[in-house]
Write a protein that binds this ligand. Sequence first.
Ligand code: WTA
Length: 651
Amino acid sequence: MSVDNASIESVLKETRTFDPPATFAEQANIRSEEQYNEMWQRAKDDPASFWGELATEHLHWFKPFDSVMEGKMPETNWFSGGKTNVSYNCLDRHLETDRRNKAALIWEGEPGDTRVLRYQDLHREVCRFANVLKKLGVETGDRVTLYMPMIPELTIAMLACARIGAVHSIIFGGFSADAVADRNNDAQARIVVTADGGWRRGKEVQLKAAVDAAMDKSPTVEKVVVVKRTGGDVDMVPDRDFWWHDLVEGVSAECDAVELDAEHPLFILYTSGSTGKPKGVLHTTAGYLLGATMTSQWVFDLREDDTYWCTADIGWITGHSYITYGPLSNGASVVMYEGGPNWPDEGRFWEIVEKYQVSIFYTAPTAIRAFIKWGRQWPEKHDLSSIRLLGTVGEPINPEAWMWYHEVIGQERCPIVDTWWQTETGGIMISPLPGITPTKPGSCARPLPGVVPDIVTKDGTSLEANQGGLLVMRQPWPHMLRTLHGDHDRFVSTYFSEIDGCYFAGDGARRDEDGYIWVMGRVDDVINVSGHRLSTMEVESALVSHELVAESAVVGFPHDLKGEGICCFVTLKDGSGDDELVKVLVKHVREQIGALATPDKIRFAAGLPKTRSGKIMRRLLRDIAAGRESVQDTTTLEDLSVLAALRNDEE
Ligand code: WTA
């Protein structure tokens, strides 16, 4: 699929529907169809009054805003004149209520160690680390890289940055040293916070060693703070590297939250684009927080006695919005788990659910497919009756996986919220509301209040029901990205130039006769591996950086567990490839990008199919990688024999 070829054929026909349980509807945050319709219409017709009221009611302001929204998309500013602080909203305001003694973070390490931080404990630790950052010379607006395992110090560091107005840039622990260096440089980070390592499937992931390698290529970084997590051997460079526990020792637990402008940058999060280097998606203070806060209430129906668990890694947007900011702003109790789902065995997640009586469970289709493969005997060993709501995010969920989730984990009792959103959208955009929306397996249902999507052709014409096209947003929303760090032109051209007057970030979709949206995946050269967006272009550059490789084309193919797997077509400068070279190249890509980009297949070819203008025709390669007969138009192909050769090579 390409943007030029915007008609997308939909083959999925799913007719089952599931009504929300009556008991759920009775006490849900949004509890009637009329209420939803009224909210949605009002948000569309008068977004300023809709969002303005919510911002006043649900956020704390040091100084109230003068106006709700100014300027047309994409240059919309929100809550001008207002002063607030995200860390204050997530912590301090709860300390004035009974929540101060409530568990904020319920953490479990992979080896089985546990820590519970009440709101007052989390507040204390955040204040202390914020003071440490200040001592290290971090000022409002400075960038801080967080490259950490899933331990409480990650949440603490995020909120400490937010407290003093420093901008965090979190890099998922699965990325390699080179990826860390690239991101350090793009963000011009001054500080890196990391750990000696973290636990993943019984093995230590050595984060500090990767930071050491990245430091040679990260000239802007002055200091490295290291949490002792695994106790593994690390090199500490004098005057550059400091242990977290040494730094916080004796530091005051008082640190006023800085009164920040509503549009002060909160964080940068790098995500893959179809071309060039990763994009530093920038989110700002008040609009982002309002989105995370309201969507958590609407979609997860958070209640005071819930135990909420989102299994994502904080290195991705899901963890930013739905482990840290959304739930903590609402004063929820959040479960956080460090390690792998199948360690020491495939029942670990369900053991955690039972142990902490998790009531809301939010995961990804790729995880659900792994659970299915491991078998229902694992969840069946545990009492899952505490769960009242299930969620999924990251990629389209196939109806079979949805049904399994519904029957085996939800025991046919729990609504499932299939939440569509993106790094760029900051928060959930399209999702069932658990108290009122009848769900259809595989559909993310309807837009939340304030979200005005459409499905259009390349020239912006709205499509009829059941016609596949491009999913766009016609109106701005408070939690949308504000820019790409350091490249505002790329921001405008990537998201706002494709379809006139609309936001477009690359997904195809259709809307059925009931107005339900069915997302059909990405239309650009980005593949979705286990719910993580990877740019085929980055994997290609990693391959080409190997001395033996002349050219490469990388495409996704359907993969039972990962959703999409990575298939690499490689032409060599000289000679032919063998199994040994496959291993070498796989290792090379892992070193360059990280384990998450591990190629599933590498195929050597004498040539790649190209258009006369020299563009690699990836759509043809996609068919070959998937083992499909191609029905694609090959009239623009320069040399047909290349394609025949690739097909003949198929095992
Ligand atoms: C895909 C993750 C179908 C989609 C929050 C989107 C989904 C990309 C869904 C964003 C869903 C996410 N149904 N597809 N419920 N949720 N996607 O930026 O292609 O890591 O554009 O944000 O994931 O991925 P990102």
